[in-house]
Design a protein around this ligand. Structure first.
Ligand code: NDP
Length: 275
C-alpha cells in the first residue's frame, strides 16, 4: 500500500520507526525482520543516532536501494541553510546511500526552519532528495514556508494518535496536498486499554495496536510504528485484512483529548522542551 504524493512519488503507507533503538545489533535485527515481513520504509533521524545501522540493515537485506523508502531529518542544532547542507552530507555518509527519499525539518526551530527548508528544497532540485518535507510544523509554520519557498512541503510528520487527533492541522494539510505521517501512531500504548479500543479488538479478533493502526490507514495517514519485538513488527504490518465501519471510526474519533507526548510546536516557548 502506497500513498501517491503531490509530485507523483509513491510512499509506503506503513514504515518502521526506529526512534530509541540504540543497541546496534537490536536495531539491525529489527529492521531486518521488518524488511523480511514486507516493510519497505524506514523512518530515522540524525537525532536517533542509528542512521549507520539503518544503512547496514538495508545493505545486508540485498533488497534494491530504490525499493526501500528512507526518511531522515535535520536535527534542531543543525538548522540553517548551510548547516543543513552539511548535516545532509553527514546523514548521506552514515546511511551510506547516494540519495534520501524524504528529508525533513525535524522541528520548526524559530528563526531557522524556513532557511532549513529552503536548503532541503535545493537538495530536491539537485535530485539528492525525492521528497522535501517537514515534521512538527503547524499551520502558521507552513504559511511562513509558503511565503519563502518554491514548493510547499510534500509531507508533514506530526504526533498523531487516538488521544491527539489533530483535526484542523490534518484538514489544512489535506487542502494543501501535504501528506500526513503519524508519529507515535500507537501513542506508545497509552490507548490500548481504552474500552472502545478493547471492544473493537475483541469484535475483530485483532490486537488494540492493530485496531489503532487500521483507524490511521482509513484516515489516510502514513504510519511508522516502532517496535524491536519481531511478533509486534509483524502484527503492526498485518492490518489490511479488515475494515472498520464508519460508525466505528466515529467512535474512535470520540477518544480525542488533545493529549500530547511530545513538545507542542504551537507554543512560542516549545524549544524549552529540548533543554
Ligand atoms: P509508537 O506509538 O510507535 O510506540 C512504540 C512503543 O510501542 C514501543 O515501546 C513498542 O515496544 C510498543 N509497541 C509497538 N508495537 C506494539 C504492539 N503491536 N503491541 C504492543 N506494544 C507495541 O511510538 P514512537 O514514539 O516510537 O513513534 C514511532 C516513530 O515515530 C518513531 O520510532 C520515530 O521514527 C517517529 N517519531 C518522530 C518524532 C518526530 O518528532 N518527528 C517524535 C517521535 C517519534 P517494543 O519496541 O518494545 O516492541
Amino acid at each position: 500500500m502506497t500513498i501517491r504524493l503531490r509530485n507523483g512519488v509513491k510512499m509506503p503507507q506503513i514504515g518502521l520507526g526506529v526512534y530509541k533503538m540504540t543497541d546496534s545489533e537490536e536495531t539491525i535485527q529489527a529492521i531486518t525482520t521488518a524488511l523480511d515481513v514486507g516493510y519497505r520504509a524506514i523512518d530515522t533521524a540524525s537525532y536517533y543516532f542509528n542512521e549507520e545501522e539503518v544503512g547496514k540493515a538495508i545493505k545486508q537485506s540485498k533488497i534494491p536501494r530504490e525499493d526501500i523508502f528512507v526518511t531522515t531529518k535535520v536535527w534542531n542544532d543543525d538548522q540553517g541553510y548551510d548547516e543543513t547542507l552539511r548535516a545532509f552530507e553527514k546523514s548521506l555518509r552514515l546511511l551510506d546511500v547516494d540519495y534520501i527519499d524524504a528529508y525533513l525539518v525535524h522541528w520548526p526551530v524559530p528563526g531557522k526552519f524556513v532557511d532549513t527548508y529552503r536548503a532541503i528544497e535545493r537538495l530536491y532540485e539537485e535530485k539528492l532528495v525525492r521528497v522535501p518535507g517537514v515534521s512538527n510544523h503547524h499551520e502558521k509554520h507552513l504559511r511562513e514556508i509558503e511565503k519563502h519557498a518554491h514548493t510547499m512541503p510534500f509531507v508533514n510528520q506530526i504526533e498523531l494518535h487516538p488521544y491527539l487527533q489533530q483535526k484542523s492541522l490534518r484538514s489544512y494539510c489535506r487542502e494543501n496536498e501535504i501528506a500526513v505521517i503519524a508519529w507515535a501512531p500507537l501513542s506508545r500504548g497509552r490507548a490500548f486499554e481504552h474500552p472502545i479500543i478493547q471492544q473493537l479488538a475483541q469484535q475483530y479478533n485483532k490486537t488494540p495496536a492493530q485496531i489503532i493502526l487500521r483507524w490511521h490507514l482509513q484516515l489516510g495517514n502514513i504510519i511508522i510504528p516502532k517496535s524491536v519485538t519481531p511478533s509486534r513488527i509483524e502484527e503492526n504490518f498485518n492490518v489490511s485484512d479488515f475494515t472498520l465501519l464508519e460508525e466505528e471510526m466515529d467512535k474512535i474519533a470520540t477518544l480525542d483529548q488533545n493529549d500530547r507526548i511530545g513538545a507542542n510546536p504551537g507554543l512560542e516557548n516549545f524549544m524549552d522542551h529540548f533543554k
